[in-house]
Structures are given as structure tokens and as C-alpha cells.
Design a binder for this molecule. Sequence first.
Ligand SMILES: Cc1cc2nc3c(=O)[nH]c(=O)nc-3n(C[C@H](O)[C@H](O)[C@H](O)COP(=O)(O)O)c2cc1C
Length: 188
Amino acid sequence: MIVNETLKIIQQRRSIRSYQEEQIKEEELQVVLEAGLYAPNAGDQAWHFTAVQNRALLERLNLAAKEAARQMPIEFLKELGNNDHFNCLYGAPTLIIVSGSERAPMPLDADCAAATQNLLLAAESIGLGSCWIYFVLMAFDSPQGPALRRELKIPVDYKPYDSVVLGYKRDATVHVPERKPNLITYIR
Ligand SMILES: Cc1cc2nc3c(=O)[nH]c(=O)nc-3n(C[C@H](O)[C@H](O)[C@H](O)COP(=O)(O)O)c2cc1C
């Protein structure tokens, strides 16, 4: 069986939902962002990365996302929005929002997802915890959405497609569930 560092990192990475307070090092942030920039893209790099490390702003994003979630017609989102103990960023000190140009000739969702996966794998490779977060993007649908977009300097005509939180894991042991069987068909 072939084993190498890249394959190990892919199998080892899991969504981390509990973080230490300490901010990640600047060098770690830069390495992760750089990995995002090297993802495959159909839109000629028509994406934008917003790294947010301001605690007060992170909390406002959490609260705005929960406010928007309470208005959603989906029961589990409403419940999370109403749960005082739920922080959609899990207390992580860094959030990276991945936005894509709405002027690109094709939708940028796949480009942004590819970049997001690179961020997660790069984070794991240097020992950081990470989690892909859709929930926080609902903040942009809240009444504060337009002001938050301006404050975050998300370029005009760019849509936030994905986001990732980063930080030091609180718990070093992470359970990796068995992969489901029968998910691959071979035609040879
Ligand atoms: C598009 C997308 C959106 C996600 N949004 C959230 C989210 O808002 N909150 C969260 O805790 N996890 C989120 N996740 C993480 C998934 O829950 C997680 O990847 C899945 O349960 C598999 O677990 P693993 O990442 O540990 O392998 C998201 C994953 C994807 C691909």
C-alpha cells in the first residue's frame, strides 16, 4: 500500500469544533492562505480571501449569522440560532472567508470549494485545527449583512461562497469514522 505525508494528512484531517483562545502565528496564517491560492480554478483566480482575526468582529458575525438562522424555514438552523450556547465559529480565533467574482463567466462555487479544501489540508499539515463553516455566511443575509460586507472589505460583485475557521485544537485526539462501503464503482 502506498503511504506518504499527503495521503496521511488527507485521512487525518477532521472538522475541529473546539479551539484554544491563543491566536495562530502569522507564519501559519500565511502558509494556509498561500495553499488556497494554489488551488485549481476555472475562473482565472477570480476569488478573494478575507482573513478575520478581530475577536469582536468574529462575535458580531456569529450573532448576525444566528439572527439570520432564526428566520430560516429549516428547523435545525432555527434551533441553532436560538441556542445561546452555540457559537458557529466554535471560538476559533481566525476565520477565512472565500469569495468568488459574480462577474466570472461561470459560477465560482467549485473554484472556492477547491481553495477551501486546500486551506483545510494545509492547516492540518502544520498541526492547526480547522472546520469548513457554511453557517457564518448567513450573517450576510441578516439586516447587518451589507454593513458587514463593507467592514470586511469583500470586493464589490464578489459573493462569499465558503469559509474556514482555524486555531489550535483543544483536544489532540480526533476520531476518524470508518468510511462508508460501496461508494466506488469501477468500470474496466
Ligand atoms: C460545504 C460545507 C459546509 C459545511 N458547513 C459547516 C458548518 O457550518 N458548521 C460545521 O460545524 N461544519 C460544517 N461543515 C463540516 C462538515 O460537517 C464535516 O466536514 C462533515 O461532518 C465530515 O466530517 P469531517 O470534516 O470531520 O470529515 C461543512 C462542510 C462542507 C463541505
